[in-house]
Design a binder for this molecule. Structure first.
Ligand SMILES: Nc1ncnc2c1ncn2[C@@H]1O[C@H](COP(=O)(O)OP(=O)(O)OP(=O)(O)O)[C@@H](O)[C@H]1O
Length: 485
């Protein structure tokens, strides 16, 4: 298998096993899940949600054809391919950082970005120093030729493993931590207890190597710096980037994915305000889920969506609401709204959300000349996907027909996703995106100038050994090594 983009170096060490026990856990809420349906939007929110409830009319050839309340579905508000990125001229180089502080501007509204961090990271006490790119370096390093160089340096595919701490339940069951990581290494070892025919126990070690291994001491800020932050500037350069969280239920997918879009939109807005100031970039958010092979808009009352292919075999999600956003607070509120819909929608509680794939997209658009009066077209896109629990794919033997069918659908989509990532990894011309709804929806993220980050989340307890091995094998791009003792 090709080693395209293999990154063996680490930006930080995994040495510090400052274990965080379940007391540090926040409740297993879904993405920024809100307990209330009433979000108490302030005036700013009302403006953002009501006056910009969707792709503005100027932005899309299809945008004027809105989805109407009587269930009639008209050409979509959000058409993944209606914006031909190739028609756009490359954006001008950044106009430079002018010392204008976005945080200062935000603080005039009484709350800065960084003040909001604790909400996102609640319950996670980072045991390491946070390794974020300083703002100035983020802004300065992405202009002109540096952009191109950096784009080439960002791996096309990056696979990161994140191990969470043992939780109270696992400790209660006296489960041991069977995962070890090495300092300054991207290797991870699973210690599996096995039994011989004479019933004596032996240990089989499974060693894997990934692009990056993040142990239980790594904070969400560090996860962001290691995964999504490097690709953020690239989406201004016509890149489509996708970040997945894969793993069994309870392994930390939501905990990991939850803060990433907020952090990414902070950086996107910073770049729009500083580096690409006055260049007409606009940021849009959409949030939907794939449940049982069907699409639902999470920020539009779980409205059922349909996917169509146009004459050019380009996929459109008909009716998906897309919100133009100007600040992180609005994005946060939209995500909360989506999460609340996801977990309290007609299909039920959290249990169900681990059977759906949640897809949040940040899309950057710009008109050909950067003016607001001309239709804006997609420049780049960043998709965050909180995948269904991987073990749900095995629900195919369940007695309940619905569960079996859901399991089969999840299985199909996770396998199709793996096939697509493998095809990308080995630079195959043909990418089998037709294998499932999930991969079809993500079609444009796999073709052309794309970046993919897969975060494999694993539980450390001995009771999860089989699922952990399955997750690591799913993500494995290199060779797995076995040792017994
Ligand atoms: N790295 C971590 N540090 C501390 N707590 C964590 C970490 N990862 C996950 N947790 C906690 O573990 C629990 C399960 O995590 P989470 O809900 O993110 O799992 P999940 O993989 O999304 O599950 P599902 O597939 O059911 O949605 C939560 O209480 C969460 O706060």
């Amino acid at each position: 298998m090709s080693v395209v983009g293999r990154q063996m170096s680490r930006s930080h060490s995994t040495a510090h096993h400052h274990r965080q026990y379940s007391d540090n856990f926040i409740d297993a809420s879904k993405w920024l899940q809100s307990s209330s349906q009433d979000f108490g939007y302030g005036s700013k929110m009302n403006r953002s949600l009501q006056s910009n409830p969707s792709t503005p009319p100027v932005c899309s050839r299809s945008s004027s054809l809105r989805n109407v309340g009587d269930g009639h579905v008209s050409p979509g508000l959000f058409d993944l391919h209606s914006f031909d990125t190739e028609l756009l001229p490359r954006v001008q180089d950044g106009s430079g950082y002018e010392g204008y502080s976005f945080d200062q501007r935000r603080s005039s509204r009484g709350r800065s970005f960084d003040e909001s961090e604790p909400n996102l990271l609640a319950g996670k006490v980072g045991s390491r120093s946070t390794k974020r790119l300083p703002e100035s370096s983020l802004l300065k390093s992405f202009s002109g030729s540096v952009d191109k160089e950096r784009a080439n340096n960002v791996a096309k595919i990056k696979v990161v493993v994140r191990k969470r701490p043992l939780n109270r339940k696992e400790m209660g069951k006296k489960e041991g931590d069977i995962i070890t990581t090495e300092p300054n290494s991207n290797a991870i070892t699973v210690h599996e207890t096995k039994m011989k025919v004479d019933l004596t126990e032996y240990m089989e070690k499974h060693e894997f190597v990934f692009d990056s291994v993040l142990d239980e001491g790594v904070s969400n800020d560090e996860v962001y710096a290691e995964t999504v932050q490097p690709v953020v500037p690239l989406i201004f350069q016509r890149t489509k980037a996708t970040c997945f969280a894969y793993g069994q239920t309870g392994s930390g997918k939501t905990y990991t994915m939850q803060p990433l879009p907020i952090k990414a939109s902070q950086d996107i807005l910073r770049l729009m305000i500083h580096t690409y100031r006055n260049q007409g970039f606009q940021l849009f958010v959409s949030f939907f889920e794939i449940y049982g092979g069907k699409l639902f808009d999470l920020i539009n009352d779980r409205k059922k969506l349909c996917m169509r292919e146009d004459g050019k075999q380009q996929v459109c999600i008909v009716g998906l609401q897309e919100y133009k956003v100007f600040d992180v607070e609005t994005i946060r509120e939209l995500i909360e709204r989506g999460n609340a819909t996801r977990s309290t929608g007609t299909t039920g509680a959290n249990e169900e959300s681990s059977r759906s794939h949640a897809i949040l997209q940040l899309v950057i658009k710009r008109s050909a000349d950067g003016s607001e009066s001309k239709p804006a077209r997609m420049v780049g896109k960043l998709s965050f996907i909180d995948l269904a629990g991987s073990e749900r794919g095995a629900d195919t033997t369940d007695n309940d027909k619905q569960t079996r069918m859901e399991g089969a659908e999840i299985n199909k989509s996770l396998l199709a996703l793996k096939e697509c990532i493998r095809a990308l990894d080995s630079d195959q011309g043909h990418i089998p995106f037709r294998g499932s709804k999930l991969t079809e929806v993500l079609r444009d993220s796999f073709v052309g100038n794309s970046r993919t980050v897969m975060i494999s989340c694993i539980s450390p307890g001995s009771g999860s050994c089989e699922h952990t091995l399955n997750t690591l094998r799913y993500a494995d791009r290199y060779e797995e090594h076995f040792k017994t003792k």
